[in-house]
Design a binder for this molecule. Sequence first.
Ligand code: IYR
Length: 229
Amino acid sequence: MVAKEKMINGFRHIPYKAESYSAGEMIERSNEFYHFLDKRRSVRHFSNKEVPQEVIENIVRTAGTAPSGAHKQPWKFCVVSNVLLKSKIREAAEKEEKENYSSRMSERWLRDLAPLGTDNNKEFLEIAPYLIIVFKEVYEFDEEGNKHNNYYVNESVGIACGMLISAIHNAGLVTLTHTPSPMNFLASLLERPKNERAYLLLPVGYALEDALVPDIHRKKNCDICDFYR
Ligand code: IYR
């Protein structure tokens, strides 16, 4: 039986119709989805080939379906394809990364990054046709102009980014989670309002045909999951 809509605290609640599968279908679907997402890799070698803007719009719309604290949806996705802006972002990011790699990161951190082959050169910021810079909205204003902090902002935006990354992979495109810390130069370059903080930078595009990725492996299920039966 389908529930009837009703009012709770003066707000309308409507029936939810869940997707429904047999146990066999669930096993097949979950396994296929795992294998599909397991093919995703962080890729640093981008082609400069054009990507239809509609694909990017769909990807962002998908990220916007993420759950968020009190449904505040405390995210903004800034999509940069402007060549001059991309080169300014690259220049500023490389300036921070130069500091990071030469003095701010510990010996241990540098050793942990060695298998990935990263350095302060971020040419992908100019080559990738799109940069999606995700901002978190740490607070909002009410009708009277009073400031109110949003809830679970990092969790909410983190989940949205996970969904964004999955949507990028689903479209046949690649990305990587770039964190040119500190990231405040992004708010200045993009002239963002004061309640926004840069959270993550994701270059998006096609992988180069001869792209390489490090031969690293994922933890096994038994190493990431404990069952309590
Ligand atoms: N932000 C730097 C360093 C870096 C840090 C981590 I943790 C990585 O997994 C990869 C890189 C950069 O983007 O190069």
